[in-house]
Design a binder for this molecule. Structure first.
Ligand SMILES: Cc1cc2nc3c(=O)[nH]c(=O)nc-3n(C[C@H](O)[C@H](O)[C@H](O)COP(=O)(O)OP(=O)(O)OC[C@H]3O[C@@H](n4cnc5c(N)ncnc54)[C@H](O)[C@@H]3O)c2cc1C
Length: 512
């Protein structure tokens, strides 16, 4: 690539600007002077943990009631719930929020991960209310863009307008109507006190692949779900729990009101607010840029060793709440029971970058979350959808978040700046060909890359694996959304935190 076709990409790696990244602007049709951002995760120490490096464990330098490991929505919620105790929360990134994290461009918030929730998700609704966040309805059943045509309300009235031959449209309808009749009751999540016997239907469906239900239908039907699944729960139909797939189809039944809500910046608004509430009062108990390298249980305490500013420290606590994802948790916690460790190792995670396109002119405002089968990204959302029609709202920029789930075999692309740049370039190229009017050059392209953010809701994960991974281990308790199921959601991250705090209660003098 010649120097004239290169520019430096801003590459932010939690607290340190690690590198510039050359971008082939000719590929994506950008003038060379515009800045392009590549954000990422701070993973150097985690990679050493992954590779089995054993760190020294210094003498204990502080004692707490509760140490929380991981500052995503689950860890932050746990901190919020124990805020009256002597707690310490540690997070490897220099910012809080994990996969529910928003960024801002000229004062406009946009999502780098988690986008929306549903009114029926009581845990997240209750927390948002307590934090004073007003619910903003999306009120726009998911549209699709297929063969250059925009189809509103894909699985409702849209099925009559899909730009396919009549027999393919009929196949979509038959699939929907058949799946709607499959009995799956009650609605998820399952109440905790449900007797195991009555869960058998759940078990049966959870252990089947969703793909089983696509036999005899046009391939376009499965292709649509092969985009929806990876974006929402990390798996294509053949690797998706049928329980989850069927529930998702049923949630789109014609006439079902759109119960989804969000905020500008998506569910990062919740972690932002949690941080704003906690930091002013408890800032000294919140350490960002601290990567945990070991957690061990002793007779009367649990110890956590972490690296911060190149220094190793060990702290002790009556209880530790692990709010990290399980692929790292099993490497951190000493002495996990073999069955639990194996269960944690069985959970698979996809690499999942998101690409933000920032335009200085209106480009797209037809739908909130638009599905685009056959492209390098699965769907994209509009950052200010829920506030753009408010009186007096000043629409400064069009910011779109393009969801670009990858398969595990492609994770390596994220490891190099060039690989990330290629993904961002492909997304922009595809977007510009999407519909008439989308062939516009953005001001900036950001790619936020994450290596293992979303666990796959594979058959059996919900009913066989997750009940094992969340078992308490004397003084160590397991939060994070990947303890609950059936899919990775912000709400389940909150549920996991509430459960872990409840379980830990008796050891810190709370009523359980
Ligand atoms: C692209 C994308 C889109 C999504 N969209 C939605 C959506 O629309 N709606 C929805 O409800 N959910 C969505 N989700 C899922 C949702 O974001 C997650 O379920 C939720 O954010 C998980 O929160 P958590 O706290 O359980 O885990 P995480 O967010 O993974 O938090 C774990 C934290 O632990 C930290 N950590 C890891 N290792 C260490 C270590 N060794 N030491 C210290 N800290 C460590 C991490 O940096 C991270 O901050 C989406 C996820 C992704 C990736």
């Amino acid at each position: 690539m010649s120097a004239t076709r290169r520019d430096f990409i801003r590459f932010i790696v939690a607290g340190s600007v690690a590198a510039g990244c050359p971008l082939d602007r000719a590929l994506i049709g950008l003038p060379p002077e515009n800045p392009i951002g590549v954000d990422g995760e701070h993973n150097e120490i985690c990679h050493e943990v992954r590779d089995g490096h054993r760190f020294d464990r210094p003498l204990v330098s502080a004692h707490h009631d509760v140490v929380i490991v991981g500052g995503g929505v689950s860890g932050l919620t746990a901190a919020y719930l124990v805020k009256d105790r002597d707690f310490l929360i540690l997070e490897k990134e220099t910012h809080w929020g994990g996969n529910a994290y928003l960024e801002e461009y000229q004062g406009m918030a946009f999502a780098t991960g988690s986008a929306f929730t549903d009114r029926s998700e009581t845990p997240v609704m209750n927390l948002a209310k307590e934090l004073g966040l007003e619910m903003l309805p999306i009120d726009n059943p998911d549209p699709s863009i297929i063969r250059g045509e925009f189809v509103p309300d894909t699985w409702g009235t849209g099925l009559d307008h899909l730009p396919y031959p009549a027999e393919v449209r009929a196949s979509f309808k038959k699939f929907r109507d058949t799946v709607l009749k499959i009995p799956v009751q009650p609605t998820l999540p399952l109440p905790e006190d449900w007797p195991l016997d009555s869960r058998s239907r759940y078990r049966e469906l959870d252990n089947e692949p969703f793909s089983k239900y696509f036999h005899g239908y046009a391939p376009e039907v499965m292709a649509w779900w092969d985009g929806f699944g990876p974006s929402n729960w990390g798996a294509r139909t053949e690797e998706t729990s049928a329980l989850l797939g069927i529930t998702a189809v049923q949630g789109m039944a014609p006439g079902t009101p759109d119960g989804r809500i969000t905020w500008p910046g998506g569910l990062g608004a919740i972690t932002q607010r949690l941080t704003q509430v906690l930091k002013p009062r408890y800032g000294d108990r919140m350490i960002a840029g601290a990567t945990i390298v070991a957690v061990e249980q002793q007779k009367n305490e649990a110890r956590v060793t972490y690296m911060c500013l190149s220094e190793l420290k060990t702290v002790a606590a009556k209880v530790v709440i692990m709010a990290t994802p399980k692929f790292i948790t099993w490497r951190l916690v000493d002495g996990l029971p073999p069955e639990q460790r194996e269960a944690m190792k069985r959970i698979r995670y996809i690499p999942y970058p998101v690409v933000n396109l920032i335009f200085d002119q209106p480009v797209f405002n037809k739908g909130y979350d638009t599905w685009c089968p056959g492209n390098s990204f699965t769907d994209f959302i509009v950052a200010d959808w829920t506030i753009r029609n408010n009186p007096g709202y000043e629409h400064k920029k069009d910011i779109l978040t393009c969801y670009t789930p990858l398969e595990a075999k492609d994770r390596g692309q994220l490891l190099t700046e060039e690989g990330a740049r290629d993904i961002a370039g492909r997304v922009l190229k595809d977007f510009q060909k999407l519909v008439p009017g989308s062939n516009v050059d953005p001001l900036e392209v950001h790619i936020y890359r994450r290596g293992h953010p979303l666990y796959m809701s594979t058959p059996g994960n919900f009913t066989q694996v997750l009940p094992l991974v969340r078992r308490p281990m004397e003084r160590i308790f397991f939060a994070n959304t990947d303890s609950e199921g059936p899919e990775s959601t912000t709400s389940q991250g909150i549920v996991a935190a509430e459960r872990a705090v409840r379980e830990a209660g008796p050891l810190i003098g709370e009523k359980g």
